[in-house]
Design a protein around this ligand. Structure first.
Ligand SMILES: *Cc1c(COP(=O)(O)O)cnc(C)c1O
Length: 221
């Protein structure tokens, strides 16, 4: 049952936050709805979930258009030719990882008279298969982004390697937090850390996640 899964996830988030001396209210649950349809999203929203994540523009289209009042997060790899569409339907893009995409976001945000709220996706684990900026390129990229007046960088996002024991993901989350701390510059707010999925969100919260992106723990039963 969704309601039981939801309660369980919220309980785990609270316990992990308390273990780390954090306020559970500082952690936002993003329900990743890529495997479910409009009715389940509606049901989740009625239970009090406010934030939803999708990783493919096309698969999500019906959901984001039917339920436009929800806070939608774009968490997947974003092609520049989809930047316009994503800007108009999503409140936060978690996957900015290159200058060409920044350029497209700047362009369309300016046309729409709005700002693009983004997280920079960092490939902390260094796996070939993962998108994201190399950690060493982060300072230069942040400097580059300062030249885009329509882009608001709110923080960093990463995906940990898929491992059986979530403890093995801990160094990856810790590294993202350290990268954040090292790259905070004057006038830049990098407070958001989007990290942790069903397998590893408890460890991610202990390491400072402010947003956890959870699909299966909510939507399978
Ligand atoms: C699917 C997905 C998630 C959620 O994964 P679960 O293991 O089902 O919790 C989180 N982040 C991204 C980027 C995803 O694509």
């Amino acid at each position: 049952m969704l309601v039981e899964n939801y309660k369980q996830v919220m309980r785990e988030i609270s316990l992990a936050a308390e273990r780390a001396g954090r306020n559970p209210a500082d952690i936002k649950l993003i329900a990743v709805t890529k495997t479910v349809g409009v009715e389940e999203v509606r049901h989740a929203a009625e239970m009090g979930i406010t934030d939803f994540g999708e990783n493919r523009v096309q698969d999500a289209e019906e959901k984001v258009k039917t339920l436009p009042a929800l806070n939608w997060h774009f968490i997947g790899h974003l092609q520049s030719n989809k930047a316009r569409d994503v800007l108009s339907h999503y409140s936060l893009i978690h996957s900015l990882d290159r200058n060409s995409l920044a350029k497209a976001l700047q362009h369309w945000a300016e046309k729409a008279g709005k700002k693009a709220d983004v997280l920079i996706q960092v490939n902390v684990s260094g796996e070939e298969s993962k998108f994201g900026l190399e950690p060493g390129k982060l300072p230069g990229f942040i400097k580059q982004l300062a030249g885009y007046n329509r882009i608001n960088v709110k923080g960093l996002m990463t995906m940990a390697p898929f491992v059986n024991d979530p403890e093995e993901a801990r160094p990856c989350f810790r590294k993202l937090r350290e990268l954040r701390d090292d790259n905070v510059q004057e006038g830049l707010d990098l407070s958001e850390l989007s990290m942790g999925m069903t397998n590893d969100y408890i460890v991610a919260v202990e390491e400072g996640a402010t947003m956890v992106r959870i699909g299966s723990a909510l939507f399978s039963w």
